[in-house]
Structure formats: C-alpha cells, structure tokens
Write a protein that binds this ligand. Sequence first.
Ligand code: NCD
Length: 304
Amino acid sequence: MRHLVDITDFSVQEIDDMLRLSEDIIDDRAKYAEAMHGKKLATLFFEPSTRTRLSFEAAMMELGGNVLGFSSSDSSSAAKGESVSDTIRTVGCYADVIAMRHPKEGAPMAAIKHSTVPIINAGDGGHNHPTQTLTDLLTIKREKGRLNDLVVGLCGDLKFGRTVHSLINALARYSGIQFVLISPPELKIPDYIKRMLTDNGFRWREVESLDEVMPDLDVLYMTRVQKERFFNEADYVRLKDSYILTPEKLKQAKKDMIVMHPLPRVNEISVKVDDDPRACYFRQVENGKFVRMALILTLMGEVE
Ligand code: NCD
C-alpha cells in the first residue's frame, strides 16, 4: 500500500507519470468519470483549508466516488482528546483513502503506522505539503512547458511556508534549476533545506530584495506570512507586509515569467496583478483538482 507523506515518497518517474495522467484527465474528463465508483475518500482537516479540502472532494466526485470527513478538529473527537492514530484506525473502517491536514509536523507519519488505507498528507504544520507541490509542478509544466532549466524565485515566509519546503524538495530532483530565496532575515529557509541544495550541487542564493532579482526569474512563487505559526503577534505584524507585488514591480520581470501563489493571498499580491497574463495562481487552483484526481487514481491502483 502506498501513502503520500513527503513528495520524495514518489520517484521523479512516478511524479512525471502523475503529471501526464493529470493532463490526460484534463483532455478527456469523461474517460475517468466512473473510475472511483463505489469508493470513498475521507478528508480529515484538523486545520483550516479551502482549496486543498474542496479540491480533494471535487476530485473524488469527478471520479464518480463519494466523500466524507470533517473540516475542523472542533467537530471531531480530537476535541475530546482522541489521538491521531485512533482517529485514523476508525476512519479506515469507513473510507478507502484518507487525506489529512494536521497542525503537528510529522502527524501523517504517525498516521500511516496504524492505517489500513492509503494516507495523503494535505499539510503538516510548517513542514510539508506534497499535494500542493504536485499542483505547483503541473502548473509550471503547463505554463512553462518544462520542469528543468528554470530560475525559480521563492518569496515571503520561507521559514514556516510548507508549500515552499515541499516544492524545493521536488524541484531539486530536476536539472538546471537555480533557486533564489527571497525573504526577510527572520523568515529564511530552514538550514536543512539549504544543506540539501548545497550537497546536491544546486545553485542557490538568499536575498532580501525582490526588486533586485526580479529580472532574472522565470518563476516567481509568492507566499503568505504564516500568521498561525508565529509565537508573537508583534513579529507577525512587523513582517506581514514585507513583500507586496504590484504591476509597477512586475514591469522589471521577464515577459514570460509566471507568478504563482499557493493561496490564500492576504496582501502579498495586489489584486491589480490578477489581470496580468503572467499571473497564474487561479489556473494553479484549477490544476490542483486534476492533479489530485491523478493522485487518487495512482494510490488506488487504478493506473496501468
Ligand atoms: C497553503 C497551506 O495550507 O500551506 N495553502 C494551500 O493549501 N493552498 C498555503 C498557505 O496557507 O499559506
């Protein structure tokens, strides 16, 4: 039985196959309309979500399956003190596959130990978010036509932003990627990720100024400062508007650079940027559903 806890649980070949399957689903939705008939997906969200949970549910419905679950820990027995592993053992009696999001780093690792069904990590604390990464890879592939030889700028909260951690881990398995890590000093990427990039011979640099590097980038990945991971409200308030992308700033960017964001956006991208053809964050949202369809099919063994 396969799970998806960390993006490196799948080989590059398997990820490329899943991206190809997503594109096949986009081209021929009808072909997959009954693929999960009679199967159930449980979405267990111990933390807030809009896109991840609803795209999983929409994905399962478009495959002809059913969904059940909860959207906050308050409405589950977690509020009574139940452990994650007991919840997982219980839900495994009702569902064929589980997507879970939890505020504790490593919670999905604990979950797979007791699970009788595939577990998908839909975000664990400030650690990883592998299904957002599949979404991001599909978006880069569709927008840029390739997943290698790109200068990728990641901007904002690189310390707590789990989507950034998983995306770097994934892109570090393709060739010719240069990483430009743009953040205030307090929100720098964790050292273990920098070590991994250095050990694997990647070109990367850390900068504070977005303007300075804008003309070099093929991909600009903006992120929100992760308020819920701060211990201190004053630090959040001081850092939250470190970067605000405006049409003015985008004038310095390449004509074919793409602007991505896992969303939700707070203030990092002016709404005036939304009409720029390079802004692809809402196309990215849509890709999230197709890639999750491909992931469910893959984990459920419905792929030749
Ligand atoms: C992200 C997350 O939950 O980490 N959202 C998402 O799933 N698209 C990003 C964020 O919350 O900032």
